[in-house]
Design a protein. Structure first.
Length: 153
């Protein structure tokens, strides 16, 4: 569990490294047609972090917690991602991971077997949700690296 929490706690720093040195214009550029800009990806990651945080807290604090799905495309198209601040999103991601790492490190090992019921995926343990949060951010870091490479050519 220690390794899992270490990976979770370093996610914001990995994202910061992934976008380091990109200008506002580069953040908003769409170097791969049909894909989100890096700016949009950061806002998406913030929305995802807040969803994961809600799920993590519910599983820890509630019995038979309901874990709500969300529509990432609906969020991106209706929440004006382009008008949001990537800098503020980064602060929220960092603060959320920092605060939840504190909470997770206080949990006894058996807490990671607690289960919530995802509205689409069914039962999910706390461990699975934390693992998914880590994998989700890492998944998008690959896209950010691809965008950066296209911009630098």
């Amino acid at each position: 569990m220690k390794q899992l929490l270490e990976e979770y706690s370093t996610g914001a720093q990995k994202l910061a490294q992934g976008i380091a040195g990109l200008s506002p214009e580069q953040m908003r550029a769409v170097p791969i047609p049909g894909k989100w800009s890096t700016h949009q990806v950061v806002i998406h990651l913030c929305d995802a972090e807040l969803a994961f945080a809600d799920r993590i807290k519910r599983i820890i604090a509630m019995d038979n917690a309901v874990l709500l799905a969300w529509d990432e495309n609906g969020f991106s198209s209706k929440l004006n991602y382009e008008k949001q601040s990537a800098e503020d999103a980064m602060l929220l991601i960092e603060a959320t991971r920092r605060q939840l790492t504190r909470v997770l490190r206080c949990q006894p090992p058996e807490a990671f077997s607690r289960v919530g019921e995802h509205s689409e995926r069914g039962p999910q343990t706390l461990q699975v949700v934390v693992e998914y949060a880590i994998k989700h951010l890492d998944h998008h870091l690959k896209f950010i690296a691809e965008k950066r490479e296209k911009l630098m050519k």
